[in-house]
Write a protein that binds this ligand. Structure first.
Ligand code: ACO
Length: 427
């Protein structure tokens, strides 16, 4: 029950209406304007939803000013690299970290659900060989709804669990299939002896028959340091409250469509360069800059209002101080520098951009700091992950967030079909 209210006066008529202020447990409270149109005959105008809370949520909290991110109340710094990605999935889905036994059972369940129907394999093989893995992934996930049509009516907790664990388990397989298809190389099935993250690297890298590359020293194993780094990246991407793709997932959920179709729509939204596609653009941009000596020229272009060029991996709608995920990845990047031999040329360019931008008044005055994509791009590059797979990796991490938000939407009695208004200015 709201205790405080806000009065809104239409200065044209002098009519005042009082609106309840809903209390948040953290962050800004919200004015409940659901009856605004009925009361005043006016719409509110807020393109990009910069001041609009579209739902109540208990999943993720961000304080953009303080650079704070929490999943189910737990600061991201206590999770990334400390809990496995699958434990974080459990936390997001069930509001608490799993016991040791629950973590083991969940891990085993995900391993066993990682296979996909052969029909999906055939579908993937019908795509053009130069298709972007994101295009194949969003189509593959949409097609998954036809294999699990029963999830259109999820009602019990057990059904929610099955629907969520299926999609979490199958996304890495579809992503790896999409990648191998684009290369024209035989697809590799999941190996249930491997953990979630190791399995994904295995499905991308293994030779037909399941062997990794053979060197004079023997079979080249996937290194634990690579698995841990990618697992941390998955955790950092796991959820981010009402971001663009999650808003799309909730929007599709609001129409009553199948959950996997909603995830497919989220994947499409994530592909854009202003969202998850930025990590791929970061490396493309570093390669285009080509040399440390060219950095000032590109910084000048980013500042030029007549030039559409933007520094990829800089700026964020919510974080106006620093992106806590970027801070964790910067540390990880420094740790991996030695162990993985990061490409020194690209890294030097990235570090020069960071150095200049962080002390340049244009970036400082607009609160433009490196975001998660700035560092994840460089780390994924060091892990020898091809650029076209950067955004699919974001998808793998974010799937749990989308599905958790989908479930929250379904369970919220206040949920309604997403149907905004418009300010008509046409003829
Ligand atoms: N390079 C140069 N200038 C920039 C950049 C940038 N990367 N980002 C914002 N600006 C400038 C804008 O030109 C604008 O300047 P002005 O006030 O003089 O007109 C000001 O900073 C504010 O920018 P907006 O676009 O209004 O900020 P918004 O919050 O709408 O956009 C966004 C945020 C989309 C992330 C933007 O900063 C951007 O395009 N960044 C590059 C792409 C990127 O890295 N995206 C990843 C985001 S994180 C994620 O999705 C995981």
């Amino acid at each position: 029950m709201a205790r405080e209210t806000m009065t809104c006066t239409d200065n044209r008529t002098g009519k005042s209406v009082e609106y309840p202020i809903l209390e948040a447990t953290r962050g800004p409270d919200a004015v409940d304007i659901r009856t605004f149109y009925k009361d005043t005959g006016l719409f509110t105008y807020d393109p990009g939803f910069t001041s609009t809370a579209s739902c109540k949520s208990k999943i993720t909290f961000i304080d953009g000013g303080k650079g704070e991110l929490r999943y189910r109340g737990i600061p991201i710094e206590e999770l990334a690299g400390k809990q496995s990605y699958l434990e974080v999935c459990f936390l997001l889905l069930y509001s608490r970290l799993p016991t040791e036994e629950e973590a083991r059972d969940f891990d085993l369940e995900i391993r066993h659900r990682s296979f996909v129907h052969e029909g999906l394999r055939n579908l993937i093989e019908s795509f053009p060989s130069d298709a972007h893995p994101m295009a194949i992934l969003s189509s593959g996930v949409s097609a998954l709804s036809s294999f699990y049509y029963e999830h259109l009516q999820v009602e019990s907790d057990a059904e929610y669990h099955e629907m969520a664990s299926r999609i979490i388990a199958k996304i890495p397989t579809l992503a790896a299939f999409a990648y191998r298809h684009a290369l024209g190389i035989p697809l590799i099935y999941p190996d249930i002896e491997r953990s979630f993250t190791e399995n994904f690297l295995y499905m991308m890298r293994a030779y037909p028959g399941g062997k990794m590359k053979i060197t004079p020293e023997g079979e080249q194993k996937i290194r634990q340091v690579e698995i841990d780094a990618l697992d941390t990246i998955f955790t950092l991407h796991a959820d981010h409250e009402q971001n663009a793709s999650t808003t799309i997932v909730r929007g599709v959920a609001s129409t009553g469509a199948h959950p996997y179709v909603a995830i497919s729509a989220g994947i499409s939204a994530l592909w854009g360069r202003a969202h998850g596609g930025a990590n791929e653009s970061v490396i493309a941009q570093l390669e285009m800059i080509g040399d440390v000596k060219n950095v000032p020229e590109y910084i000048a272009r980013a500042k030029d209002k007549n030039d559409p060029f933007r520094l990829m991996g800089f700026g964020h709608r919510v974080y106006k101080n620093f992106d806590p995920r970027a801070r964790i990845l910067k540390k990880l990047q420094d740790q991996l520098k030695e162990e993985l031999g990061l490409d020194s040329k690209l890294l030097r360019i990235a570090q020069e951009i960071e150095r200049i931008a962080l002390s340049d008044d244009y970036f400082v005055s607009r609160n433009l700091y490196p975001n998660i994509d700035f560092y994840s791009g460089v780390i994924l590059y060091a892990l020898k992950i091809p650029r076209s797979m950067f955004t699919p990796i974001f998808v793998i991490g974010r799937t749990v967030g989308w599905i958790t938000q989908w479930i929250e939407f379904k369970e919220d009695p206040a949920s309604k079909i997403a149907r905004p208004r418009q300010l008509y200015t046409g003829a």
